[in-house]
Design a protein around this ligand. Structure first.
Ligand SMILES: [Ca+2]
Ligand SMILES: [Ca+2]
Ligand SMILES: [Ca+2]
Ligand SMILES: [Ca+2]
Length: 241
């Protein structure tokens, strides 16, 4: 089944749409509005769609694209966001998630998922920001693919001063000011147990693929080095206090 709603709702009021594609392998394209699309079972191709893909912008269309919420549900799904901040949920199966521009919330769920990220996209519009990735219990063997960062450009950062458990991935240039403006934040990549950082096995992303075709194994991160820095940070904080 294919569902294309894009241009047909040009003169309707700006009501958001919710679409249930149900079973089968479906191709669904949303409207310029904020859509919620459920793929149901089967291998689905869900495209949130937006106004900025048409030029010139027709009269009466929103100035800014609206974020979409896409649920692949079961099956091996492909989820396509738009220029705004989208929420993509792969569900079960091996899913491919493309947030594109904006700070997106990406959750592949169970299965071996592929997150494709272009950091220059994330920095492009006013609602820019890093993508947040959330992987769940039994989340599979997951990969973040950076289309525009070589291995030598990628920097990993943990905010140990604040005992933060997220892992930031961005370019070294982006992280120079201590902020992740264009990369990816893997939520709860770590846990803090008995005062030390440890891997949070339920939420981990295992691999980072770089633009120059290297694979970085995130399960090889040097916890000892993080914990040495963490202890020093806690000691200096205690001294200041
Ligand atoms: Ca599906
Ligand atoms: Ca799925
Ligand atoms: Ca987006
Ligand atoms: Ca997964």
């Amino acid at each position: 089944m294919s569902i294309f709603l894009g241009e047909h709702h040009l003169f309707t009021k700006y009501q958001p749409y919710t679409i249930y594609a149900l079973g089968g392998n479906d191709t669904v394209r949303g409207t310029v509005l904020s859509n919620t699309i459920y793929g149901g079972s089967g291998d689905d191709y869900l495209n949130g769609y937006s106004s900025l893909t048409l030029y010139p912008k027709p009269w009466g269309w929103p100035d800014q694209p609206r974020g979409d919420t896409l649920y692949g549900e079961s099956g091996n799904d492909t989820l396509i966001g738009n220029e705004s901040s989208d929420s993509l949920y792969g569900g079960t199966g091996n899913d491919k998630l493309f947030g594109y521009e904006g700070g997106d919330f990406l959750s592949g769920g169970e299965g071996d998922d592929l997150y494709t990220v272009t950091t220059s996209d994330n920095a492009r519009y006013s609602d820019a920001g890093p993508d947040h990735i959330d992987e769940q219990l039994g989340g599979g063997n997951d990969t973040i693919k950076f289309t525009d960062l070589d291995r030598s450009e990628i920097s990993l950062n943990v905010d140990i001063d604040n005992s933060d458990t997220d892992l930031w991935l961005s370019s070294s240039e982006d992280l120079e000011d201590g902020q992740n403006d264009s990369g990816v934040i893997i939520e709860d990549f770590f846990v803090i147990k008995d005062g030390s950082y440890a891997f949070n096995n339920d939420n981990v992303i295992e691999n980072v693929a770089t633009a120059d075709n290297y694979t970085v194994d995130l399960t090889d991160i040097d916890l000892d080095a993080i914990n040495a820095a963490y202890e020093a940070s806690q000691a200096s904080a205690a001294t200041i206090a």
